[in-house]
Design a protein around this ligand. Structure first.
Ligand code: ADP
Ligand code: MG
Length: 217
């Protein structure tokens, strides 16, 4: 079977920029926890956006090369379709929230793909239990701590049961305890067969638990 992430000879430029944000990227992943590391401006977010098709479908620009994710050709697959294969947690988890309460916000992804309301409650409950977040179910998102918001964003990404989970610098704003809680979730998902891709600029804590490392520059 083809690897879950299969990127080759990939070059990408944002619109109206002459410089390639991604150049000659090669990446093959089949499970495990992959850390994308490198300096600010190195292309971490851009590479992650390619995995769910925001690059190039939302950002535009020029792209060439091969990018396949979970069997889909990213360049020829809508972001809506890719969203069922790739869960994405944005760097700014606060901006990710769409609805006021935790349960409504997590249900949003399901509404988007047309899951019947009768099934929705069970799916949301299930993911909240799996991530030990059930106590937050009725909370208003704006009252959550940064770490809680991150984990709720992960729940929102996972409710579609994607085979890939992508998190853009998820630890940047977290204290040590919240970071550990989030890392534990990532490792549990990895052990359960989800491919987890995390970008990060500090490597001390992640490197020992990572299965692969991609360096951008
Ligand atoms: P990182 O996440 O590692 O900080 P980025 O992927 O955000 O790196 O940025 C890689 C390069 O692409 C940088 O040169 C940055 O200025 C450029 N870039 C990022 N986002 C955009 C955008 N929306 N439009 C144009 N250029 C962008
Ligand atoms: Mg970034």
């Amino acid at each position: 079977m083809a690897p879950r992430v299969d990127i080759a000879a990939l070059r990408y430029c944002y619109p109206e920029t002459g410089v390639a944000a991604l150049d000659e990227v090669e990446l093959a992943l089949d499970g495990g926890l992959c850390v994308v590391a490198g300096p600010s401006g190195g292309g971490k977010s851009t590479l992650l956006r390619l995995l769910n098709g925001l690059v190039p479908h939302m950002y535009g620009g020029h792209i060439r090369g091969r990018a396949r994710v979970d069997g889909h050709d990213v360049l020829r697959t809508t972001t809506r379709r890719l969203a069922t294969s790739v869960g994405f947690v944005f760097q700014d988890a606060e901006r990710q929230a769409v609805h006021a309460t935790v349960e409504r916000d997590i249900a949003f992804g399901l509404e988007n793909i047309g899951v019947p309301a009768t099934l929705m409650r069970g799916r949301v409950d299930d993911i909240l239990h799996r991530l030990d977040l059930h106590h937050l179910r009725t909370r208003t998102i704006t009252t959550l701590s940064g770490g809680e918001r991150q984990r709720v964003a992960v729940a929102g990404a996972l409710v579609l049961e994607p085979r890939l989970l992508v998190l853009d610098e998820p630890f940047a704003q977290l204290d040590a305890r919240s970071a550990q809680a989030l890392l534990d979730i990532c490792l549990r998902l990895r052990d359960g067969g989800t491919t987890v891709v995390v970008s990060e600029h500090r490597l001390d804590e992640l490197l020992p638990v990572a299965d692969s490392l991609v360096a951008v520059a």
